[in-house]
Design a protein around this ligand. Structure first.
Ligand SMILES: Nc1ncnc2c1ncn2[C@@H]1O[C@H](COP(=O)(O)OP(=O)(O)OP(=O)(O)O)[C@@H](O)[C@H]1O
Ligand SMILES: [Mg+2]
Length: 433
């Protein structure tokens, strides 16, 4: 979920905290918006009534948001029971918002069930000292309580009790794309083991699913700008279908004659569009830029920002962009872990698409619907994708796609080990406006 930090701030390892289970250090800074109160706030957030692109913006009060008929209001004790008292061995992961635990609830009564029976859920619990505030928590309840799409994670309910803020989601068995791509950890319940890299076909499948989710938001009758598109917010179901999670930073798109929304800069360093960071002017094209960064992560197997690298290699876009539009040089940035197992033509098309998404000129970036159409064209045959998914799940890897004539890169630029960075994404903080 979203937070903010000074966009001009450098990643400061001294402020890093070590993440439980992930083994990754995340630099986090408190947000000025994190003041929480259990008292109903007067905050109104544009909301979206209706289930799909029929949605209409209606500012809603906190009471209206929380009384959504699609959401169950859980008590804290119900969720404590559902997660076996938030036991450490139920921990799925940690983010800026807090900890995420695996839990079990009875589908009919929606009360805590015995572990192993009923419906598996993921319970996100706000850290008391977390910088993710009540406003973002409520924004998430507002959007996910009303937007429904196969490529958006389903919010089942929430808990607001005293200082406690929790969210209950459908459980995503394969965890996040970040886990698979960078291998910083394995979700405790993620059954994929083994050292094999995420195959090309699975990477493309994930890109397509995530593009569908963003397209849906952008093309809704009342546009939604997601604002926090990154590998850790792309969750994966058992078949590697991608679903967007974390709507705490989502924002209603411009209406009427307005071309953009002016807002405090928030998001994650390395993923946020340059013009948004510089001016606070937010458009759907900011999400397209972030999509380009994730596409680049999928191609290169490298993190958007990696402080363990030196110089230009620390920022993926700065390092990789010059190679994206040159077929002959593309191999230099392709993920060596793929072992050349991808069709060259597909890689070239995906790289060109990433290049367009990463244009410094927002207007030159394609719309998400165009991005999706291009990705669907370069997708490998469905049967091949299916085989690869099951082989990846079962720990084997033999690719039915043709071996690429693109050589795995041996560029001096990429000689350093391609190990995952110990640093997670750095948040962007409020600009002084
Ligand atoms: N619905 C879910 N099902 C299964 N695992 C989940 C679910 N939601 C989150 N997780 C796990 O919990 C981890 C932490 O998620 P969280 O959204 O709190 O943080 P994050 O996305 O890593 O960071 P940030 O706070 O910057 O968004 C995820 O990486 C994922 O592994
Ligand atoms: Mg997240």
């Amino acid at each position: 979920m979203g937070n903010c930090l000074d966009s001009s701030a450098k990643v400061d390892a001294s402020r890093s905290s070590h993440n439980i289970h992930t083994g990754s250090a995340a630099s986090k800074v408190s947000s000025k918006t994190s003041g929480r109160s259990s008292a109903p706030s007067s905050l109104t957030i544009p909301s979206y009534s209706g289930r799909s692109s029929e949605c209409l913006p209606t500012p809603r009060s906190e009471g209206e948001i929380l009384s959504s008929p699609n959401l169950k209001a859980f008590t804290f004790s119900e969720l404590r029971n559902a997660t076996r008292n938030f036991r450490p061995d139920s921990l799925l992961g940690e983010g800026g918002f807090g900890y995420v635990f695996k839990g079990w609830i009875d589908e009919n009564t929606m009360t805590a069930a015995k572990p192993g029976s009923g419906m598996v859920v993921a319970v996100k619990k706000l850290k008391p000292e977390g910088f993710q505030g009540h406003k973002e928590w409520l924004t998430e309840v507002n959007y996910l309580g009303q937007l429904h799409h196969p490529n958006l994670v389903k919010l089942i309910g929430y808990c607001l009790e005293g200082e406690n803020r929790l969210l209950v989601y459908e459980f995503m068995p394969k965890g996040s794309l970040e886990n698979h791509l960078f291998r910083t950890n394995f979700n405790v319940s993620c059954t994929t083991g083994g050292p094999q890299p995420l195959p090309w076909a699975v990477r493309m499948k994930v890109a397509i699913g995530a593009a569908r989710g963003l397209s849906f938001l952008h093309d809704a009758k009342s546009q939604v700008i997601y604002r926090d598109f990154k590998a850790s917010n792309i969750l994966l179901d058992a078949d590697f279908n991608a679903k967007l999670s974390d709507f705490g930073l989502a924002k209603a798109g411009p209406t009427g004659d307005r071309t953009h929304v002016s807002t405090q800069v928030m998001g994650t360093q390395g993923y946020a569009a340059p013009e948004y960071v510089a001016t606070g002017r937010l458009t759907a094209k900011s999400d397209v830029y972030s999509f380009g960064v994730v596409l680049l992560e999928l191609l290169s197997g490298r993190r958007a920002v990696d402080k363990s690298k030196v110089g230009v290699e620390q920022v993926l876009v700065d390092w990789a962009k010059p190679y994206l539009s040159d077929k002959r040089k593309l191999f230099r940035i392709m993920d060596t872990k793929l072992g050349g197992q991808y069709p060259q033509k597909s890689a070239v098309t995906a790289a060109h698409l990433a290049f367009q998404c990463l244009s410094n000129e927002a207007k030159l970036r394609p719309r998400m619907s165009e991005v999706l159409a291009t990705l669907e064209q370069i997708d490998i045959p469905k049967s091949a994708a299916r085989n690869l998914v099951s082989e990846y799940q079962n720990g084997g890897l033999s690719s039915p796609v043709q071996r690429s004539p693109l050589r795995p890169h041996h560029s001096p630029l990429h000689l350093t080990a391609n190990a995952a960075s110990p640093l997670k994404g750095q948040r962007l903080s409020p600009r002084v406006r």
